[in-house]
Design a protein around this ligand. Structure first.
Ligand code: MG
Length: 250
C-alpha cells in the first residue's frame, strides 16, 4: 500500500483525471467523518463545496452502505449524478426478492439480541446493519451478534467499524455496483475511495490501469493499492481532482 500523495503518484492522478473517468465514493468515513451517532454524519462544508465542484467536472457516484434515500438526503445540493445504497443492492433488478429475504431476518435478530445492551438493529430494507458502538462490552456483544448470524440461513456477513452487516449473498455488492455505474456512464476508468470492509469488494477488483482504488486509512490486509491517511484528506484529493480538470478547461 502506498501513500496517494507521494510525489510520484501525482502523474498517476493526472493520468486518471484526464481519462474518461468516473469518480466514486463511499459516504461514511470517506466523504463524511465517522461519528458515534450515524444519523448525525454530515460532510464538512469544505467537502460539500469541493464535491459540488467535482461533480460539475466529472461524472460522480456515491456507493453507500446506507439506504439509498438516506444517502440521497445527505447529498442534497450536491450534483452527484447517482447514489447507490445498501452496499450496492439498491437499486438492483432483484430488489424485491432481496427485500423479502432481508425482512425475514429482522424479527429473528431482534428476538435474539433484545437483551443486549447497546445494540442497534438498523433495518435498511435491502440489508441489515447491527451496530454495537454503544455497547459497553464490545467484544462479547460482537460474538453475540455473530452467533445470531449463524442462526440465519443464506446470509453474507461482512464486518465493519463496530457494525456487522447482513447482506443477501447474491445481491450486488459494491464491486458489482461500481461496474454497473461505470458502464452506465460509459467511462473507461474509475477512481474509488472507501474506508471499510464492504469497500474491499471494490478494492479486490483487478483492473490495473483502469481502477484507482484508495483506502481511507492505511491497513495492511486491505486489497487497495493506495491510501490517504485520514478522512480529512478527502478534501486534498478532491482539490487536486478539481484543479487538474478545472484549471485547464475553464
Ligand atoms: Mg464507509
Amino acid at each position: 500500500m502506498t501513500y496517494l500523495f507521494n510525489r510520484p503518484n501525482h502523474d498517476l492522478l493526472e493520468t486518471f483525471a484526464w481519462s474518461n473517468v468516473l469518480l466514486a465514493f463511499d459516504y461514511d468515513g470517506t466523504l463524511a467523518p465517522l461519528v458515534s451517532a450515524p444519523k448525525r454524519a454530515t460532510m464538512r462544508a469544505s467537502t460539500r463545496q469541493l464535491l459540488r465542484r467535482a461533480s460539475k467536472l466529472y461524472p460522480c457516484v456515491v456507493i453507500s452502505g446506507r439506504a439509498q434515500g438516506d444517502a440521497l438526503g445527505r447529498l442534497r445540493g450536491v450534483e452527484v449524478c447517482r447514489v447507490v445504497g445498501n452496499h450496492g443492492a439498491e437499486p438492483s433488478p432483484n430488489a424485491e426478492a432481496t427485500r423479502r429475504r432481508v425482512q425475514q431476518w429482522v424479527p429473528v435478530l431482534k428476538a435474539r439480541l433484545r437483551r443486549r445492551q447497546g445494540v442497534v438493529i438498523e433495518d435498511k430494507g435491502f440489508s441489515v446493519a447491527v451496530h454495537y458502538r454503544q455497547a459497553r462490552e464490545r467484544s462479547s456483544t460482537r460474538r453475540a451478534v455473530l452467533a445470531a448470524a449463524r442462526s440465519l440461513k443464506d446470509v453474507r456477513i461482512v464486518g465493519g467499524k463496530l457494525v456487522v452487516n447482513f447482506l443477501v449473498p447474491d445481491a450486488p455488492h459494491k464491486g458489482l455496483a461500481l461496474e454497473r455505474e461505470r458502464s452506465h456512464f460509459a467511462c473507461d476508468t474509475v477512481i474509488y475511495v472507501g474506508d471499510d470492509e464492504t469497500d474491499e469488494d471494490v478494492f479486490q477488483l483487478d483492473r490495473p490501469g483502469q481502477l484507482l482504488s484508495i483506502r481511507v486509512g492505511r491497513k495492511q490486509a486491505s486489497a487497495a493499492p493506495y491510501y490517504i491517511r485520514n478522512q480529512a484528506e478527502i478534501d486534498r484529493l478532491l482539490e487536486i481532482l478539481v484543479t487538474l480538470r478545472g484549471d485547464h478547461r475553464d
